[in-house]
Design a protein around this ligand. Structure first.
Ligand SMILES: Cc1ncnc2c1ncn2[C@@H]1O[C@H](/C=C/CNC(=O)c2cc(-c3ccc(F)cc3)cc(O)c2O)[C@@H](O)[C@H]1O
Ligand SMILES: [Mg+2]
Length: 214
């Protein structure tokens, strides 16, 4: 059967990247998306904003929703302090297999726990399966209609603490109107919009950072 875009992206990483060098993996994916095939990675412009928020938070517990090919997983994991691991959730096994290989090519496999499954099923299992009390940092980049139900699930499962930071991709394009309305109007969050553009295009998009107030 025909290869998938993530599988072709993996080939480009193995061809143009340097094993064990996360920056070269990030550059190889960005190059592939700019010159070969557009793909829905957070990209370099929004990725730099992601980098700055992760650096500012310096989290000990990290969750990513929607691994896809592992591009943002690599961006986040390369910035984590020694001994810190990030958990990333992906329900498509083909994408998960590609992501594992891209994360390993970057040399970051020891900093990442990739769990195959749906966020709706896995979020309630975080405490028992991974000994998580609360998350310091959460990156939302999965199906856009899952952002709102999943943030409510975090609250119900007691996975947020005063100061937990949630960073959401694509709040303009494709858009997450219900999520935005919730975090911007709820007294339990302090929200801030970071304007940017849809990855590899001039279309407006941005990230929404929401701090849980307890
Ligand atoms: C509940 C659940 N649980 C686990 N894994 C889950 C999950 N829901 C989805 N996943 C996984 O995550 C990825 C999906 C990411 C969805 N991202 C987007 O749809 C997206 C789209 C665009 C875009 C913008 C303009 C266009 F014209 C076309 C596309 C840009 C983006 O940045 C996106 O993120 C994918 O690997 C999927 O299997
Ligand atoms: Mg996205």
């Amino acid at each position: 059967t025909r290869s998938t875009r993530p599988q072709r992206m993996l080939k480009a990483v193995q061809k143009n990247g340097t094993k064990g060098n996360p920056e070269s993996v990030i550059s190889a994916i960005d190059y592939f998306c700019k010159h070969s095939e557009w793909a829905m990675n957070v990209g370099d412009e929004k990725g730099s904003i992601l980098d700055s928020v992760v650096t500012e938070v310096n989290p000990s517990t990290v969750l990513e929703l929607g691994t896809y090919c592992g591009y943002s997983t690599v961006r986040i994991a390369r910035l984590l302090s020694p001994g810190t691991k990030l958990i990333t959730l992906e329900f498509n096994p083909v994408n998960a297999a590609v992501a594992r290989q891209i994360i390993a090519y970057a040399g970051l496999q020891d900093k990442v726990i990739l769990v195959e499954g749906s966020s709706g099923d896995l979020i309630p299992q975080m405490k028992e399966r991974f000994g998580i009390m609360t998350f310091d940092f959460i990156f939302l980049d999965h199906w856009k209609d899952r952002y709102l139900p999943d943030i409510k699930l975090f609250e119900e499962c007691g996975l947020l603490r005063k100061g937990s930071v949630l960073l959401a991709d694509n709040v303009i394009c494709p858009g997450t109107p219900e999520y935005l309305e919730y975090v911007r109007n709820s007294p339990r969050y302090e929200s801030k919009y970071y304007p940017a553009h849809l990855e590899y295009t001039k279309v407006e998009d941005g990230l929404e950072k929401s701090v849980f107030l307890g």
